[in-house]
Design a protein around this ligand. Structure first.
Ligand code: PGA
Length: 329
């Protein structure tokens, strides 16, 4: 809200002097406290009174008495200076990494493991707030273009935006079917064996779908998409309900219900991709973001890899050409 008065109330320094005069009850004592000369204090108080269009105090029996306008200004000065003191404190905390916000935008599939990275970080910095946005690959790319977040998580970072990235985890994509499905009992399956099966596919814009389409192109294969579903969990439940087969990140199978689901041993699978933390080259990193990156590199990544290998997802080293901003297409 813009006030008409704010242009008149003088400088912050004048408000400080006003408070000293009010507290000490005399120009002389205020000048002593502030290490100023008496004329300096008098001149500043005169200027402030002129700016307000009214005297701020008068003298009665050599005693300084504040006018109503003077007292109202003192009250405002206390509030203004308190606000600055609070700002000073919070800036100090932010500089010491004690508080502030870390903004992350991650693709849907990474929600299965991101909390394992955030937990130990928040234990170290309990006053930091985390803002976690979850969307599919396309929605997350849109946020990256707008540059609103500190980090983005992709397994297929966009190639047309200048970014830096670090790889931190394996993302194997595996085929799943219901255990009663006739092909579930077969061994030595190949991609051909599933091409005609009703397939449940993630929506357009999904990174999982992008990876599957690239994989099919590479193998010159076509599949029989029966349903397009916007959620990994809904796909799992649809496979559990015998509506078809699918290919999903193995991370989606580590949590939640999966009774009756089996992985199909298809020769050409898994699709081996990796997870990356990505940030925009043009955005200046906040101190909290730098601290978080340090957390990932120093122990977060190793802890996460350990946790995931407990869930049966072993980590394989990424192709070095994918690191340092060399994004996949
Ligand atoms: P998605 O992304 O959740 O949009 O499918 C996953 C990925 O990038 O591998």
């Amino acid at each position: 809200m813009k006030s008409r008065l704010h242009a008149h109330v003088g400088t912050i320094r004048q408000l400080e002097i006003l408070l000293a005069v009010h507290d000490k009850g005399s120009i002389k004592e205020a000048a002593k406290t502030l290490f100023l000369t008496q004329p300096t204090v008098s001149i500043q108080m005169k200027k402030l009174a002129q700016a307000m269009g009214s005297s701020l105090f008068n003298y009665a029996n050599r005693q300084l008495l504040f006018t109503d306008i003077g007292l109202a200004l003192v009250k405002t000065a206390v509030e203004v200076l308190d606000s600055f003191a609070r700002l000073d404190m919070s800036l100090g905390n932010i500089k010491d990494f004690k508080s502030g916000t870390l903004r992350l935008a991650v693709v849907t599939t990474s929600k299965y493991f991101i909390p394992h990275l955030l937990g130990p970080f928040l234990e170290q910095y309990p006053d930091i707030d985390i803002q976690l946005k979850i969307g599919n690959r396309e929605q997350t790319i849109e946020r990256l273009k707008q540059g609103v977040d500190d980090f983005y998580v992709f397994s297929h970072p966009p190639s047309d935006i200048e970014t830096e990235s670090i790889e931190f985890l394996t993302n194997p994509l595996v085929a799943i079917a219901h255990e009663d499905h006739p092909i579930a009992r077969k061994k030595d399956l190949t991609l051909k064996d599933i091409c005609n099966e009703p397939f449940l596919m993630r929506e357009k814009g999904s990174g999982t779908r992008h990876a599957i389409e690239e994989f099919l192109k590479q193998h010159k294969a076509k599949i029989n998409v029966k349903m397009t579903i916007e959620s990994n969990e809904a796909i799992k439940h649809s496979v559990m309900s015998k509506l078809g087969i699918s290919i999903l990140s193995a991370h989606t199978l580590t949590y939640g219900g999966q009774s009756g689901l089996v992985r199909l041993p298809i020769k050409e699978l898994p699709i081996n991709s990796h997870w990356f933390f990505v940030w925009s080259k043009s955005k200046r990193q906040t101190l909290i973001a730098a601290k978080f990156l340090n957390h990932i590199e120093s122990n977060g990544r190793a802890l996460l890899q350990k946790e995931m290998s407990r869930n049966g997802i072993a980590h394989s080293q990424v192709n070095p050409s994918h690191q340092g901003g060399q994004a996949e297409t």
